[in-house]
Design a protein around this ligand. Sequence first.
Ligand SMILES: NC(=O)c1ccc[n+]([C@@H]2O[C@H](COP(=O)([O-])OP(=O)(O)OC[C@H]3O[C@@H](n4cnc5c(N)ncnc54)[C@H](O)[C@@H]3O)[C@@H](O)[C@H]2O)c1
Length: 298
Amino acid sequence: MSNQRQPIGIVGCGIIGASWARAFLRAGHPVVVHDPSADLAALREAVAEAWDAGRLTHADRIESLACCVYVQESIVEDAAAKRALFETLDAILPAETVVASSTSALCMSDLVPDLAGRARFLVAHPASPPHALPAVEIVPAPFTAPDSVARAEDILCAIGQTPVRLNREVRGFVLNRLQAAMLMEMIGLVRDGIVSAEGVDALMRDSFGMRWAIMGPFAGVHLNAPGGIADYFARYAPMFDGFCADGETLADRLPPDTLDALQAHATARVPLEDIAARRAWRDDALVGLRDWRAGVAS
Ligand SMILES: NC(=O)c1ccc[n+]([C@@H]2O[C@H](COP(=O)([O-])OP(=O)(O)OC[C@H]3O[C@@H](n4cnc5c(N)ncnc54)[C@H](O)[C@@H]3O)[C@@H](O)[C@H]2O)c1
């Protein structure tokens, strides 16, 4: 059966839950929201059409979620509160309902290790806000059933999200690890008086921010050397060596099998002989993006 019209549950309807509701409603799902404290006025306004069609239901009783094939938990980032909620959900939901958590940094291994239905629990951590940004980190616990992961990914793909599966749980998942690494560096540069906060914002917004709006960082550096990403790291190895911790070099961080994997990933999408053409495409896209930004600048 198509996932498109199956009911979706949202527990916790603050910033993230309301945005998830919009994402699922836009794709045609009926959505049941459970949040005793939420003010749904703004959400109702944002999804007026779905509200008028009766596709958005605000359920006072959590048992009303029993009709849902997938529940996206988005309550406060509090392990004890999430544990208590998951215990309730596990007791009231049909066995096949998948429960995904929006948690920014908690692992399912710590939240539901002993629940009878733990195989249906996983993390689906969105970029914020999910109705506008497609990326979702899928983080299964070792006990999460592959079928639960596959069903979550199917449902999310069908509403236009980009689920990316992590192979194992790791502190901060990937998005927040990457964000933290960049923010820590930026904080240090501002703290040390090397650049202003305005300068960091401008440098990021008007360089990587634009490039990463149209391609990922590995795909990006692949275009910045004639021999692709392997050539890029060979050319700039001395610079990267300088950023490594004491005693480490780029070669330690980037052993041959990892480098081969990066090159294989990049060349599968853009073979070396197509790099120049892809660069021209990139430049056109960036100029288009620059013109669009100039048109919407406030
Ligand atoms: N805000 C972000 O940038 C962001 C990004 C990605 C993920 N997250 C994660 O999403 C989750 C929600 O964050 P948020 O920013 O939307 O928080 P929020 O405070 O805006 O919303 C939380 C909502 O949960 C409700 N709630 C609390 N306990 C509940 C319960 N037991 N049952 C039902 N509803 C309950 C509250 O009434 C509130 O409306 C957190 O786990 C957070 O880590 C947040």
